[in-house]
Design a protein around this ligand. Structure first.
Ligand code: DX5
Ligand code: ZN
Length: 218
């Protein structure tokens, strides 16, 4: 199963509602929302009021990727604004198990995001607390970067780890995903693909871009 999650970071912020609608009408499975705080990553983006605003115009699941240093302070606000899936970075959480449990206590799906250099062993003791793992295939902070090839064997290793555990945990890949890069990482075992520039930057439009990604992944 291949799921496509357009990242609205690459949409036109002056017409964000329209960007989200185009994704929904174009066959997207989730909407990916990149939240950056200027500390964990060198960029500032979207807060809970923006999530609440687009929630009114879109029924798709919202996948909120928190690239922020103190996610515990903001999880409730994003949940209340309409997030359905919430991921936090392992590198930003001192008490990661507690943070994941907090997300689930709010009735949301809990994910851990890993930077490209972060080993999979940080997941070993929290598999029971996870609904999904977000593997960053670029260093987070900006759209439009190139896919880091080492993410593909990392995805295969994570797939094995999850299969050996017998759990149902989704693997999401984020960064540099395009029709040219999606095939091998889908074959390695990822099923949820975030794409920003490959979707909102495609001259053929959002729906065509989503179709191209799906075709190249299968
Ligand atoms: C990067 C973000 C990504 C980004 C992906 O820090 O987490 O979600 O929007 O953009 P592309 O698909 O252009 O690499
Ligand atoms: Zn992201």
């Amino acid at each position: 199963m291949v799921m496509i999650a357009p990242s609205i970071l690459s949409a036109d912020f002056a017409a964000l509602g329209e960007g989200v609608r185009q994704a929904a009408d174009g066959g997207a499975d989730w909407i990916h929302v990149d939240v950056m705080d200027g500390h964990f990553v060198p960029n500032l983006t979207i807060g809970p009021p923006v999530v609440a605003a687009i929630r009114k115009v879109c029924a798709l699941p919202f996948d909120v990727h928190l690239m922020i240093e103190t996610p515990d302070k903001y999880i409730e606000a994003f949940a209340a604004a309409g997030a359905d899936w919430i991921s936090v970075h392992a590198e930003a959480c001192t008490h990661l198990q507690r943070t994941l449990a907090h997300i689930r206590d709010l009735g949301k799906k809990a994910g851990v995001a890993l930077n490209p250099h972060t080993p999979l062993c940080v997941l070993e003791n929290i598999l029971d607390d996870l609904d999904y793992v977000l593997l960053m295939s670029v260093n987070p902070g900006f759209g439009g970067q190139s896919y880091i090839p080492a993410n593909t064997p990392k995805t295969a290793r994570l797939r094995r780890m999850i299969e050996q555990s017998g759990r149902e945990i989704l693997i999401q890949v984020d960064g540099g995903v395009s029709p040219a890069t999606i095939g091998p990482v889908a074959a390695a075992g990822a099923s949820v693909f975030v794409a920003g520039s490959a979707i909102y930057g495609d001259k053929d439009g959002v729906a065509a871009a989503i179709a191209k990604l799906r075709a190249a992944a299968t």
